[in-house]
Structures are given as C-alpha cells and as structure tokens.
Ligand binder design. Structure first.
Ligand SMILES: C[S@@+](CC[C@H](N)C(=O)[O-])C[C@H]1O[C@@H](n2cnc3c(N)ncnc32)[C@H](O)[C@@H]1O
Length: 265
C-alpha cells in the first residue's frame, strides 16, 4: 500500500510513524495519525452535539485516516461513512475499523467533498475537521453536505480562518501562515445561512488551537532525532516552520479556529 502523490496522502503515510502517533496522542489525545487539530475532548463534545446513537448514520467528510469519524462511531454506536479523496487514508481507516471491531458499521467512499456521490437526504449527521480550510470549493462542499443531509440533520465542523477586520498586509500574513486554503470570502455563518443551514452554536476555539500548536512544536523540537528519522530532514523542517508561523499568526491575532454546530433549516 503506497500513498501516491496527493499531498494529504503523503502526510497520512508519514503520520503513521510511531513517533508521530505518540506525539499526537500526547498533544491531541488521539492516535489515528490524523492531520486536523481536533482533540479527543473536542470529539467527545461533537458526539454529544450531533446526538449520535445506534442506528444513525454519520458522514465524515475529509475523513483522512479515520479521525474523528471512527472514534465517534466507536463511542456512540452509530454507523459511519468516511469520505475523502486519497484512497490511501481510507485504506488505513478501514484497517483501523477492523482492529476496532467497527467493520460492520463503517464504510469508506473516495469522493470529492464538493460533489458527494450520495443520494439526497442520506445522513442523520455530518462532521468535518479542518477540511474547509484545506479546499477551495467551500460553498460547493457546504451545499453538497446540505443535499445529502436528512431533514433535521445536524452538522458540526471546525475550520481555521483569518481573523475579521485585518489590514490587507495582515490578511496576507494570515493566509501565508494557515492551512493551504484558509482564505474565505466573507463569513462561514453567513455562508451556512445562505446554503440552508441554521447555526445553532458557534465557538471560538483559537485558544485551544494555539495551545495544541505550541505543544506540537515543543514535541517536534524535543523529539528531533527520532522525527527526522521518521519524516526526513526536509519534512521535519517544513513542519517546524509551519508550526512556528502558525503560532506567531495566532499570537498576533491573525488566525482563528472556530467550531460550528448547525441544523438543516
Ligand atoms: C486537515 S485534514 C483532516 C483529516 C482528518 N479528518 C483528520 O482530522 O485528521 C483535511 C482533509 O481534507 C481532505 N480534503 C481536501 N480537499 C478535499 C476535497 N475536495 N474533497 C474531499 N476531501 C478533501 C484532505 O484529503 C484531508 O484528508
């Protein structure tokens, strides 16, 4: 099984190393080799807010190698459909589902989040962790989610975005310091409203995001030797650089991370 050239697939492959998994367990409380900033505590909160239970079907969009969708299914007894573009991560997720005795309740579908290949009104709940800030077609994705949501379905997502009211120089710095498609036209709350979602709760979780980025940076620096062996020097330095830039941008109030809870209108 190899990851191919899709950038997230390469990250998934590297994140399988024991040293990276140990670091993520320490910082985020999870061991799925993921690439979002969703902590275990946040996932526990998401499980409650989504009112997940046996018999319900959750769609995890941009599921990567299964975090947090598999965890949510294990915790609540719901069924889960994991979708993402790289087949590599989905294969890792299916292995993990097998190890966690979730095979009968877990399905994986390789698909673009902006064109979800499911019948209308298929899911009771939808979640995505820091996915909108990793793809340009934000409106198409939130519309696709709305189309496949059953009446009354809940959706939870986290997203990193530039803070409001930045000068254009500050905004450029925020964009350069955040995930690949962090920039958004306007506001996610307005976008949700326009696309048939009612926002039921909206939290700023930037403080926790900053705490995790800082802890990850310290962990990278403390485990330099083992991580260079696992990731290679170039990727190790790239990760250190990204974490430092993000931390500065968060500290300067340029980047924020938000958690949105919504229901179909
Ligand atoms: C920050 S990672 C989150 C992965 C995983 N949920 C986690 O928490 O570790 C963002 C994910 O979004 C996926 N993604 C980016 N663009 C996408 C698209 N157009 N359609 C589906 N998934 C996409 C990436 O492949 C990646 O797995």
């Amino acid at each position: 099984m190899t990851s191919g050239s899709y950038p997230f697939a390469m990250e998934q492959e590297l994140n399988r190393s024991d040293t990276v998994v140990a670091l993520q367990r320490n910082v985020l409380g999870c061991d799925y080799g993921g690439s979002s900033w969703t902590t275990r505590e946040e996932a526990d909160r998401v499980a409650k807010q989504l009112e997940l239970r046996r018999g319900q079907c959750l769609l995890e969009v941009g599921a990567g190698s299964g975090w947090p969708g598999l965890y949510l299914a294990g915790l609540t007894g719901c069924d889960v459909v994991l979708s993402d573009i790289p087949v590599f991560g989905l294969q890792l997720a299916l292995r993990r589902a097998h190890a966690d005795n979730l095979t009968e309740r877990c399905f994986a579908v390789a698909a673009d989040a902006a064109a979800l290949p499911f019948a209308a009104a298929s899911f009771d709940a939808i979640s995505h962790s820091d996915v909108l800030c990793c793809m340009p077609a934000k409106e198409a994705m939130l519309s696709a989610c709305r189309r496949v949501a059953r009446p009354g379905a809940r959706m939870v997502f986290s997203v990193i975005a530039p803070s409001h009211e930045l000068s254009s120089a500050e905004r450029s710095l925020a964009v350069a310091s955040g995930p690949p498609h962090v920039e958004v036209d306007g506001d996610y709350a307005d976008l949700l409203d326009r696309l048939g979602w009612s926002v039921t709760e909206h939290n700023d979780v930037t403080e926790e995001y900053g705490r995790c980025v800082r802890a990850m940076l310290v962990g990278l620096e403390d485990n330099q030797e083992a991580l260079i062996e696992a990731l290679g020097k170039e990727e190790f330095q790239r990760r250190i650089g990204r974490r430092r830039n993000a931390l500065t941008a968060i500290g300067d109030g340029l980047l924020k991370r938000e958690l949105f809870f919504a229901r179909t209108k």
